[in-house]
Design a protein around this ligand. Structure first.
Ligand code: ADP
Length: 473
């Protein structure tokens, strides 16, 4: 762990194993509450120096981080795949996406503008200035063990904040490597701190502290709600990227082949373990059969296996529990009348024997009342649902407490606008199965979260607007 510019060792060691092989990958040291409090002190001490550094200077550090990530892309991708199982193709994409964040916010940091405001009293001059929020506590999940950190650290560092990161215990190695890069490029002592430990213990130090001004979290809605409640005691600012249950709608005028390809790309990325993963696939009845047929043919071509092998399209799942939950959802759907078209079981033969592999799965005739249509499956399963009208499908798509990503396919320009406006989700991909770029604001509505990561909006999350009024006579 990295606290106040030093690597520390403790007596508490966590073993990280490869979900594709069950082999030990590496070990990390765990910290306790007292050490987390020390990290908070270090971040607090560093804030005056870091926030006073010019944006240009901070940009130099951030650009250097981006450069190192790009230089060591395959090294980082290997670590990601080994610690959490996703395919090496997905891992390489993740490293680039992380580098993009550091580069983008190096630039955005230079464009933190205040305003001068026309006043109704000529004796006053009123204006706003933007200042960093302060010390930030960041808690991240295992499914993007590098990228999720970049999405928080890049804007926060650019804004002049200092941070303490608590990564996920399932996949902490990418964060250790990223912190080695922070050290290498010379980010000053105390500005970035890494504290992995028992989640509630580390979190309690962050949440109870008056010095931590904001919590930025990506993870489950359940834990997000706990952190929101705990934030109330010290009135912390919060950014929450929580769960999702994305609808993916194929209208009758869509290009079916494009939609099949898009769905496969989107659904099986990170082995279906993404909060933006399509969970409910609504297909208009006149193209339902042909869509299901082509989807089955396409899915049957996918290769599942150790993510490190470039020939594999889909890697391992994170854990036995994750695999079990996915299989439960599939069984529940089949018991309630869904039709299993492809997959539907754990893969345990040969190269799959020691890992958590699940066959890509296609279900048709899924209906209301099946768990898979309301709970986040977080696995490589595609449930198809039939619909007959635009109004009906919009209503069904919106019938969820989640509101992160949504997707639809159509060639009708009017429909593109109409449906985009009516979908109650923070992100809409129209004929676009991967609408995620650093230039755009990513974030959910309803119980999928609060706040944005990416875009010019992303840095605002780490800035306070201060209002200054000067009486000039
Ligand atoms: P996931 O299902 O993706 O693992 P979680 O919300 O459980 O999602 O985990 C996301 C992050 O939150 C991880 O770093 C995890 O260790 C952390 N976490 C889990 N429980 C708590 C908690 N009660 N308080 C703070 N952080 C927690």
């Amino acid at each position: 762990m990295y606290i106040n510019g030093e690597w520390i060792q403790t007596n508490n060691v966590l073993e990280v194993s490869n979900p594709a092989t069950s082999e030990l990958v590496d070990e990390v040291f765990l910290v306790d509450k007292t050490q987390t409090e020390y990290a908070i002190k270090a971040a607090k001490k560093a804030i005056s120096g870091w926030s006073a550094t010019t944006a240009e200077k901070r940009a130099v550090y951030l650009n250097l981080v981006a450069e190192k990530l790009e230089e060591r892309k395959s090294y980082f991708a290997n670590i990601i795949t080994k610690e959490m199982g996703k395919s090496i193709h997905n891992a390489l994409y993740e490293v680039q996406a992380a580098a993009n964040f550091f580069r983008w916010y190096a630039e955005e940091g230079r464009r933190v503008y205040g305003n001068t405001i026309p006043t109704s009293d000529n004796q006053k001059r009123i204006s706003t200035i933007k200042q960093p929020v302060g010390v930030i506590g960041a808690i991240t999940p295992w499914n993007f063990p590098l990228y999720m950190i970049a999405r928080k650290f890049a804007p926060a560092l650019a804004a002049g904040c200092t941070l303490i990161l608590k990564p996920a215990p399932e996949a902490p190695l990418s964060s250790v490597e990223l912190f080695k890069v922070f050290e290498e490029v010379g980010i000053p002592q105390g500005v970035v701190n890494l504290v992995l430990g028992e989640a509630t213990e580390v979190a309690s130090a962050l949440m109870e502290s008056h010095d931590v001004k904001k919590i930025t979290f990506t993870g489950s809605t359940e834990v997000g709600k706990i952190l929101m409640r705990q934030s109330a005691d010290t009135v912390k600012k919060i950014s929450m990227e929580l769960g999702g249950h994305a609808p993916f709608i194929i209208f009758p005028d869509a290009d079916v082949d494009l939609a099949v390809e898009g769905l496969v790309k989107s659904k099986f990325a990170s082995t279906g373990q993404q909060c933006v993963s399509p969970n409910r696939i609504y297909v208009e009845e006149s193209i339902y059969e042909i869509f299901a047929e082509r989807l089955k043919d396409r899915v049957s071509l996918l290769k599942v296996g150790n993510g490190l092998d470039e020939a594999n399209d889909i890697g391992a799942m994170i854990s036995e529990d994750g695999l079990h939950k996915t299989h439960e959802h599939v069984k529940d759907a089949i018991n309630k009348g869904a039709n299993l078209v492809y997959g539907g079981s754990r893969l345990e033969d040969g190269e799959h024997a020691n890992g958590y592999f699940y066959s890509p799965t296609v279900l048709t005739d899924t209906e209301e009342g099946m768990k898979i249509l309301t709970e986040e499956t977080f696995g490589p399963v595609i449930p198809l649902i039939r619909f007959s009208s635009e109004d009906e499908v919009i209503q069904k798509a919106n019938e969820t407490n989640y509101g992160l990503a949504s997707y639809f396919y159509t060639k009708d320009l009017g429909r593109m606008h109409r449906v985009s406006e009516k979908l109650e989700f923070g992100i809409v991909g129209v004929n676009d199965p991967a609408p995620f770029v650093v230039q755009a604001p990513f974030g959910g509505v309803k119980e999928s979260g609060i706040g944005k990561e990416g875009g010019f909006q992303g840095i605002e999350e780490y800035l306070e607007t201060k209002y200054v009024s000067v009486l000039i006579n």
